[in-house]
Design a protein around this ligand. Structure first.
Ligand code: FPP
Length: 254
């Protein structure tokens, strides 16, 4: 029975993959990886085990997105609001992030994955900052998918930070106020150089933005699933892409 169900699921997944139009793959997918806590609670396990399981899932999803031809994947690992969680959980998450960054080449990405971090990196511990620098450098020449990990990231903080940088440029006489355009503003965001996400995925049934990429998600298609992040599978990504391909993106036009 188990074998049958495994075979069925595999065929089902192969079927979905074959239905995907390879010419209309979202170039950039953003993910809110939600539900680690509930996953752990259901199993009477400490919450950090849920986060740990979640980070293993991430590796599989990165590999699958790369295989499908997604160029950029941006995941929400720690928000500016997450500092208000219980001290033990924050410490657990920070040491998990440090550990995963130390082994990022094997534990988060594969050989071809480029890893970058977005967010207010200066607000993180020196150890984490050093690992970020190391891993960004060590994977910078890879040619596969770009994995952006949002750590100490908040959409409002991103916008305020960009505004301050622009004001600074004006004060220094580098640009005039009239020269400030949406493009110039985007170049000051933590995501500079990246195209805006085409698709946002949120797990665990929640339908909020939670201060994620507020500027960048202006025209993204939103897909959500009841699956908790540690239960999230390659098949879900395929489902999301298939749904994305059925939508008619009008960008405010007719
Ligand atoms: C939300 O679940 C998840 C987080 C706040 C952290 C996400 C972190 C990971 C997936 C692991 C680390 C990532 C990397 C890049 C190594 P929740 O705790 O809010 O879940 P709940 O709503 O069920 O309580």
């Amino acid at each position: 029975m188990q074998l049958f169900s495994r075979l069925f699921n595999k065929q089902n997944s192969d079927l979905k993959e074959s239905l995907i139009d390879p010419n209309n793959i979202p170039a950039h997918i953003a993910i809110i990886m939600d539900g680690n806590g509930r996953w752990a609670k259901k199993r009477k396990l400490p919450k950090i085990i849920g986060h740990r399981e979640g980070s293993s899932v991430l590796k599989k999803i990165v590999a699958h997105c790369d295989k499908l031809g997604v160029k950029y994947l941006t995941v929400y690992a720690f928000s500016t609001e997450n500092w208000s969680r219980p001290k033990g959980e924050v410490e657990g998450l920070m040491s998990l992030l440090l550990e995963k960054l130390k082994n990022a080449e094997t534990e988060l990405g594969g050989e071809a994955v480029r890893i970058r971090v977005i967010g207010n990196v200066n607000g993180l511990s020196q150890d984490i900052q050093n690992e970020i620098k190391r891993v960004e450098k060590s994977t910078s020449k890879n040619e596969g998918i770009i994995l952006n990990i949002a750590i100490n990231y908040g959409g409002r903080d991103d916008i305020v930070h960009a505004a301050k940088e622009l004001i600074n440029d004006v004060e220094m006489g580098k640009i005039n106020i009239e020269q400030i355009t949406e493009e110039k503003f985007s170049e000051k965001l933590y995501t500079k150089g990246l195209p805006d996400p085409d698709l946002l995925i949120r797990t665990s049934g929640e339908k909020r933005l939670s201060n994620y990429l507020l500027w960048q998600l202006a025209y993204a298609e939103f897909w959500y699933t009841e699956a908790l992040w540690p239960d999230f599978k390659a098949e879900h990504v395929e489902e999301a892409i298939l749904e994305y391909q059925k939508r008619n993106r009008r960008y405010g036009g007719v």
